[in-house]
Design a protein around this ligand. Sequence first.
Ligand code: 0O2
Length: 207
Amino acid sequence: MKIFQDYKSYYDYMQPYRSAANLIQTKLEVIDDELKCFHGYSPIHQIQSRIKSLESIEEKMNRKHYPVTIESLKYLHDIAGLRVICHYINDIQYISQLLIMHEDIHLLKKVNYIDYPKESGYQSLHLVVEVRVYCQKGLLKIPVEIQLRTIAMDCWASLEHDILYKNKEPVSKDIQDELKECAKRIALTDLQMQKIYQKVYQKKHTF
Ligand code: 0O2
């Protein structure tokens, strides 16, 4: 272990990050619940939360050429991460707008890989927000990365994650092209599903 002496030191250091992720998760659950109550529609399918593993922290510091030290943790904005899986494409912008309206959340970065997919075909909306956490050390401002995507985008990203994104072995251009083709089909399916939903529920849900 280069950054922490043992696993307990890592786990303890991550406590404010866990609190920050919990705070954002609760806000998202409240937004979803309110929409369900007053519009009869729950846009969030699932929320996943994770604290970056020590191995993944060290790998990212090496990849970004930061010294592998405790001081470099401040350069990583995705130590606390949430993945918000929505039903339809329109839900994504809507949920993100409702979240960043909160006065105690400060938007640091927004990357729209939905309108501008990555070269790999990856689609998601990424937000980095800063949230205040009150703990024994005092007031801390903790960054949280939130990835918002549809069920279909999540299916592609979860499978491609191991096939290509995290694969250390070389992957042929043909396979990369096939993955891009799947991403395009998934994007079209998302649009079609959105249209089908609107045709069926147009009069009921107005947001
Ligand atoms: P893991 O294992 O998923 O946690 P930044 O974080 O902004 O300083 P970076 O790493 O260039 O720099 O940010 P990017 O590419 O905007 O977002 C990084 C995260 O998005 C990744 O986290 C993945 O979760 C996801 N991601 C980005 N590109 C792809 C892709 O092509 N395929 C898949 N499946 N996921 C992608 P990690 O920490 O790299 O990995």
